[in-house]
Design a binder for this molecule. Structure first.
Ligand code: SF4
Ligand code: SF4
Length: 85
């Protein structure tokens, strides 16, 4: 059972596992490289984990309990600015 806030889940054998987290490397990220300044990774995320206040603003991650570690955000980021930890 997931424990929101503690960022841990139990796997099938009941061992606590950390939730995946989408980390944005702000040394690499450049929203100007995305179409109309809209973060491509944010658009791709099926769980709305990544957010952007406005076009051309840096994106950020919401609390990680929503992240499923699918890496779709990683695949579409043109600057390889996202990694899942
Ligand atoms: S897709 Fe990558 S480069 Fe573009 S805004 Fe998002 S994190 Fe930054
Ligand atoms: S790994 Fe998947 S769920 Fe997590 S932020 Fe990226 S696209 Fe969204």
């Amino acid at each position: 059972m997931c424990m929101a806030g503690l960022k841990v889940c139990e796997n099938k054998v009941g061992r606590a596992m950390p939730n995946p987290i989408a980390m944005i490397d702000y040394q690499r990220c450049n929203p100007e490289k995305c179409d109309s300044g809209v973060c491509a990774a944010m658009l791709e995320c099926p769980n709305k984990v990544l957010r952007q206040e406005a076009p051309y603003e840096f994106p950020f991650s919401r609390p990680s309990r929503f992240c499923r570690g699918c890496a779709k955000c990683v695949q579409v980021c043109p600057l390889e600015a996202i990694r899942i930890v």
